[in-house]
Write a protein that binds this ligand. Structure first.
Ligand code: 13P
Ligand code: SF4
Length: 331
């Protein structure tokens, strides 16, 4: 089979980094990567960021092609915000357990059962669910946006019950929670975390709010990936325990080579079970093919896109000024 015609052909001997670079220029493409991507993808991306930062980049870019190294809901967000661009995702199977937990028909029924509630929805959901929502949030913008919604306004929050529960506890809200979880953050073990904390007395813990309460309650910082990274740049001490997807540690080690960053463990004492299996589907080979073939491509039906765009635009307006800092202290 001709190596130029798909994954069945061999790419052995191809300098993928150089080829990706060539194609990026030929295609006038921008490569966006989330912090949970493999280090080699983070290193060749034009921008690495959290969900909010990558949404803003996608909305603002002059490039003709967006190659999104992340998961499908992120690439769909890029297409919703930049409909005239070609948006490619190296592996179309890169989904998300939170998205899977929230089928649009069930979400619609839940909304209809609570007509006086608005839907504040985590960006980790399908385009259809975004279209059924009032305001989208990311983990770095959720607090800023929630603070702008009157306390007596009833709210449905989905699909992440841990992020919603964290916000409820922190702000004294009573949002109705959709029962979804992130399988990656759900897998951290409190017992193993406590063991690790005992082995490294004084080492702070930074946790993503997708973690369950029994992990978050031990954290010195709870925040988005960009907030965790910001904390890593500023904490005093030499060791940080990181309770989120461990590929983010790549950025920490690059920025602070003299400090030690330890991924919080799962139940077997090994942090490998906390690698996001969806994010991990993207590879250098698939990115190369995506830029070469401009496939797999994100396409969204226009009426649906416009509905989803409303809730995303509200997020971008209400989040303005948010730089992704989380909060210090326990909730
Ligand atoms: P943030 O990068 O916005 O913190 O989101 C984390 C995440 O789980 C993305 O899937
Ligand atoms: Fe979804 Fe969790 Fe993976 Fe993020 S880490 S993409 S929330 S499964």
């Amino acid at each position: 089979m001709d190596a130029r015609h798909g994954i069945g052909g061999s790419l052995a001997g191809t300098d993928l980094g150089a080829e990706i670079d060539r194609l990026r220029k030929d295609r006038n493409a921008v490569i966006l990567a989330h912090y949970y991507q493999k280090p080699e993808l983070q290193d060749l991306a034009d921008y690495v960021g959290d969900s909010l930062e990558l949404s803003r980049k996608a909305a603002d870019t002059d490039a003709e092609v967006i190659a999104f190294c992340g998961v499908r809901f992120m690439a769909e967000t890029a297409k919703i915000l930049s409909p005239d661009k070609i948006v490619v995702l190296p592996d179309m199977d890169a989904g998300c357990s939170l998205e899977d937990s929230c089928p649009p028909d069930k979400f619609r029924a839940f909304r209809e059962a609570h007509p006086d509630h608005i839907a504040l929805t985590y960006i980790n959901c399908s385009t259809e669910v975004k279209a059924l929502s009032d305001v989208i949030v990311t983990s770095s913008s959720a607090e800023t946006i929630l603070a702008q919604i009157p306390k007596d306004q009833p709210i449905i929050f989905g699909p992440d019950r841990h992020l919603g529960g964290y916000l409820n506890r922190k702000f004294g809200r009573e949002m109705l929670l959709w029962p979804g979880v992130c399988i990656v953050h759900e897998a951290f073990s409190e017992r193993e975390l406590l063991k690790l904390m005992a082995q490294h007395p004084g080492a702070p813990v930074a946790a993503h709010p997708e973690c369950p309460p029994h992990i978050v309650e031990h954290a010195d910082l709870v925040g988005s990936t960009s907030a965790i990274l910001q904390f890593a740049r500023t904490f005093e001490g030499d060791t940080l325990i990181v309770a989120t997807e461990p590929h983010i540690i790549h950025q920490m080690e690059k920025a602070l080579p003299d400090k030690t960053f330890i991924g919080a463990p799962g139940a077997d004492g090994n942090c490998n079970c906390n690698i996001c299996p969806y994010m991990a589907l993207n590879t250098m080979e698939k990115l190369y093919l995506a830029l070469r073939d401009l496939e797999p491509r994100i396409e969204i039906e226009e009426t649906l896109r416009l509905k989803a765009r409303r809730s995303l635009d509200r997020m971008l307006e209400m989040a303005s000024g948010t730089i992704g800092m989380g909060d210090l202290g326990r909730v």
